[in-house]
Ligand binder design. Structure first.
Ligand SMILES: Cc1cc2nc3c(=O)[nH]c(=O)nc-3n(C[C@H](O)[C@H](O)[C@H](O)COP(=O)(O)OP(=O)(O)OC[C@H]3O[C@@H](n4cnc5c(N)ncnc54)[C@H](O)[C@@H]3O)c2cc1C
Length: 301
């Protein structure tokens, strides 16, 4: 039995592992997909204090190296359920079942889908959720970025250096991302902006050939040809499998305050928690708070 099992190897989970190992607790981190979490999708991180500019992958590698150097165990397995037996918590994974005295849930969030017909079928055939991963496939082509927040603007900046043209399609009448990013995009000849419009259909048989957008005010529909679209309309948490042991709000985020404490031996950290700002800085802050709270719990138990 481990002292602490951490679900999710993003910045929050890896920070929790670093803090817990430095307190000499045995730690197992379970990761279902990408070691390093969401930030691995970011081409450039320029707002994480201490690093002027680095890629999300570089930051993720540093976090993983630091956790491994401290002898944290990190396994590729998807946690499917937490069973709370009091002093012992059982985490049922896809490959194995693990036990620990405490659990830190740091499952982050994933890309929100557009929710239009055939989205899943065309994913990887013109529909993408990650410019860093798939941008190079669209070199010299016409693409759209759907969304208007920071992620959408960052993706558009990156794609505008590779693609023939980039069209931003935003549902609101304005963009909600950083004004500085918007300025960069406005200065580019190959970027255009469509506001107050939602994607209502995807065109193309085996591969995407375009989209149909609907103006939210006039309801007029327009068909636009694209070689690819990048969907960047926000994130959704991945907490449903744990809903029986952790309280969730209406959007599926874990309801816990900055103490990151839920119940005896169950803690939460990072983007999967209810909070105003979802960033690396706030995720690592939660990771530290959750690990310290978990260590205190273990010492008092
Ligand atoms: C394109 C993009 C650009 C960004 N740019 C910036 C930036 O410049 N600066 C900044 O501060 N922030 C940025 N962010 C936000 C930042 O990445 C997140 O705030 C941060 O990664 C949150 O960390 P986390 O550990 O809470 O969650 P995540 O990074 O989401 O990590 C959670 C991990 O848990 C895993 N997981 C989920 N469920 C399970 C399960 N059941 N079993 C096992 N593992 C599971 C997931 O696979 C994931 O790896 C960006 C995000 C994106 C998508």
């Amino acid at each position: 039995m481990k002292d602490i099992i951490i679900i999710g190897a993003g910045p929050a989970g890896l920070t929790a592992a670093i803090y817990a190992r430095r307190a000499d607790k045995s730690v197992l981190v379970l990761e279902k997909e990408t070691f390093g979490g969401q930030i691995t999708h970011s081409p450039k991180v320029e707002n994480y204090p201490g690093f002027i500019s680095l890629s999300g992958n570089e930051l993720a590698e540093k976090l993983i190296e630091q956790a491994l150097n401290l002898d944290a165990e990190i396994e590729l397995d998807e946690a499917k359920q937490i069973i709370d037996h009091g002093d012992c918590k059982e985490v049922v994974g896809e490959n194995d079942t693990y036990t620990a005295k405490a659990v830190i849930l740091a499952a982050g969030s994933k890309h929100r889908l557009l929710g239009v017909p055939r989205e899943e079928e065309l994913t990887g055939a013109g529909v993408s959720y990650c410019a860093v991963c798939d941008g190079a496939f669209y070199a010299g082509k016409d693409v759209a970025v759907i969304g208007g927040g920071n992620s959408a603007l960052q993706e558009a900046v990156m794609l505008s250096d590779i693609c023939k043209s980039v069209t931003l399609v935003q549902n609101l009448a304005f963009f909600t991302g950083e004004p500085k990013l918007l300025e960069i995009l406005k200065a580019k000849d190959n970027v255009r902006f469509i506001v107050s419009s939602v994607v209502c259909a995807l065109e193309g048989t085996d591969e995407l050939t375009g989209i149909v957008i609907e103006n939210t005010e006039t309801k007029a529909q327009t068909s636009l040809p694209f070689d690819g679209i990048f969907v960047a309309i926000g994130q959704q948490p991945e907490n449903e499998p744990f809903a029986d042991v952790v309280p969730l709000d209406a959007y599926g985020y874990v309801m816990a305050d900055e103490s990151c404490t839920l119940s005896d031996g169950i803690f939460v950290a990072g983007d999967c928690r209810v909070k105003r700002v979802r960033q690396i800085a706030t995720a690592v802050s939660d990771g530290a708070a959750a690990a310290v709270a978990a260590c205190r719990y273990l010492e008092q138990a």
